[in-house]
Design a protein around this ligand. Structure first.
Ligand code: MG
Length: 342
């Protein structure tokens, strides 16, 4: 067995502006796991507002004991032991978890959705994300997004209503709104959500800052639209704390630490009657393909990350009839387009 790491930088098709930051690139690390002649791939995506870096991911992967002595009968057992190495490094753990599940699926000859008895016919459509920009630019992006049946717009700037009106000039598609903690006042947030409901908005993600939990409970009790936690929920340990403050959670591999943890979160959140969004960072088709195998379990899907990337090193789960559909081949279905070399 070997584990190799390849740092890479994803170039974004458009400048990606959120309520708190703006960027043109996202660093990733690809992990390659080989065992018995079969190779699995995984990815850590590293947006700059989270503490992990390419160096910290490579350092973490190098700390994983080489496991040629393990019989890989159940990937969960190895993944659990890797999670115990540190209490952070979630993207690095996600990359390893992603690689071992890809390897395992390829070894036993099943796509992950089939391994987990999930029905891909139930996958909801993905939203397509339009970042904060001038209303004219947003209007054009919305007009160009005709292959999608849902749009996700980023709000939390001074132009929120202008942006929504610009989209409504050219598109009647249902909207998901992501505020990225950009509103600081619960009364303002409630007024805005009331107005957004009239604009055929379906849900609002993370309207208030993570620290305003009491205000989030107040908003949850009054909001006419479902309010979804993103920055307020990372792993399964966060769910009890935010129950009663959000109607649902946005689960991302890079926050949860990978597919195994995400699956645990989904079943726990469902027991708590919370809705599930399967989301992503800007990621290549490596991690997006992995996440797409969880989509049958989701109420909403936001897996457009690789569609915003200009230099995706993988092909994999692809847009079909507005949905990101897993390929019907073993593993995650992600295939490397070129040799990273070493
Ligand atoms: Mg979000």
């Amino acid at each position: 067995m070997y584990l190799k790491t390849y740092p890479h930088t994803l170039e974004l098709k458009y400048t990606f502006t959120l309520s708190h930051s703006s960027r043109k690139t996202t660093d990733i690390v690809i992990v390659e796991l080989e065992h018995n002649g079969v190779i699995g791939y995984g990815e850590a995506s590293l947006p700059p507002y989270y503490p992990e870096t390419q160096a910290s991911v490579i350092d973490f992967i190098n700390r994983i004991p080489l496991i040629q002595d393990y019989d890989i009968i159940d990937p969960e057992i190895i993944i659990q032991s890797v999670h115990l190495l540190t209490d952070r490094d979630y993207a690095a753990k996600a990359a390893f978890d992603n690689a071992i599940w890809d390897w395992y699926g390829k070894t036993i000859g099943l796509p992950l959705y089939a391994l987990w008895n999930l029905d891909i016919a139930t996958i909801p459509p993905t939203s397509f994300t339009i970042a904060i920009d001038e209303p004219d630019v947003v209007r054009k992006r919305a007009a160009d997004a005709h292959t999608f049946s849902r749009l996700k717009i980023k709000l939390g700037s001074k132009k929120d209503k202008e942006i929504v009106c610009a989209i409504r000039d050219v598109s009647e598609l249902p909207l998901y709104v992501d505020v990225n903690q950009g509103w600081n006042d619960k009364y303002f947030a409630l007024d805005m959500i009331g107005w957004l409901k009239e604009q055929n908005v379906v849900l609002v993600e993370q309207p208030l800052p993570v620290g305003l939990l009491d205000e989030s409970v107040w908003l949850f009790e009054r909001s006419p639209l479902p309010v979804i936690a993103d920055e307020s929920v990372h792993g399964i340990h966060d769910i009890d704390r935010i129950q009663g403050a959000f109607h649902g959670i946005n689960i991302k591999l890079m926050k949860s630490g990978g597919l195994s943890m995400a699956r645990g979160m989904i079943s726990y959140a469902k027991k708590k009657q919370m809705k599930i969004m399967v989301g992503c960072m800007t990621e290549s088709s490596c991690a997006i393909s992995a996440a797409s195998h969880l989509s049958p379990l989701a109420d909403w899907v936001d897996l457009d990350g690789s569609l915003l990337v200009a230099n995706d090193p993988f092909t994999g789960s692809a847009l079909s009839d507005g949905k990101i559909m897993p390929r019907q081949i073993p593993g995650t279905g992600a295939t490397l387009k070129y040799d990273f070399g070493n």
